[in-house]
Design a protein around this ligand. Sequence first.
Ligand code: UDP
Length: 236
Amino acid sequence: MPAYKRILLKLSGEALMGDDAYGINRATIVRMVREVQEVTKLGCEVAVVIGGGNIFRGVAGGSVGMDRATADYMGMLATVMNSLALADTMRQEGMTARVMSAIAIDQVVEPYVRPKALQYLEEGKVVVFAAGTGNPFFTTDTAAALRGAEIGAEVVLKATKVDGVYTADPKKDPTATRYSKISFDEAISRNLQVLDATAFALCRDQKLPIKVFSIFKEGALKRVVMGEDEGTLVHV
Ligand code: UDP
């Protein structure tokens, strides 16, 4: 039995790059989709928020003199591209996925409408939330916290390159150990970066736990959903 009935999975755009320097790596996206498929087979309802960092980030545009809000809209459009690629790969793998966008772009994807998203999830479809929160100056981490709270997900799963939150940077400090669990308050007092500050505050206010784990570790997503000791759980 899965530990969660409904999850919000946050994938970074970079996770789609694989070993490439930019864009979407085919083998990587297929592998990731298969990991998601495994958990849907367990009967877990899955919503996904995907970033856009493999294509464009607002800060990058801002740093070369672009108007920041315009650059952020470009970043949000990048997440739409990733969402389309993800849903298309899901379809090819025999899953049913729906993309819902926070920005009106009706000829391409349907708009985000909460009751409809809930209906899709109840029908066992994977819902991919595109265009972040729809607002500049936010991130897809915040979109994950927001949508997670809106759909009543039991947990936000933050997929990263590292398999959890560590006492120190494991690349620099060989004695660093992984927290199996940590409270929101302790994560703050130890100054641990779990999600960006806005996203973290939203999860904390809504008492929505966060699980940080590595999407590059085979089967990790399934172990997380089964409630095994994988990654780090940030709890109330
Ligand atoms: N973005 C935004 N508002 C949002 C979500 C995203 O403006 O609610 C923009 C922002 O410019 C960001 C880009 O979209 O840099 C891509 O998202 P993010 O950096 O969160 O992607 P990730 O790092 O997860 O790949």
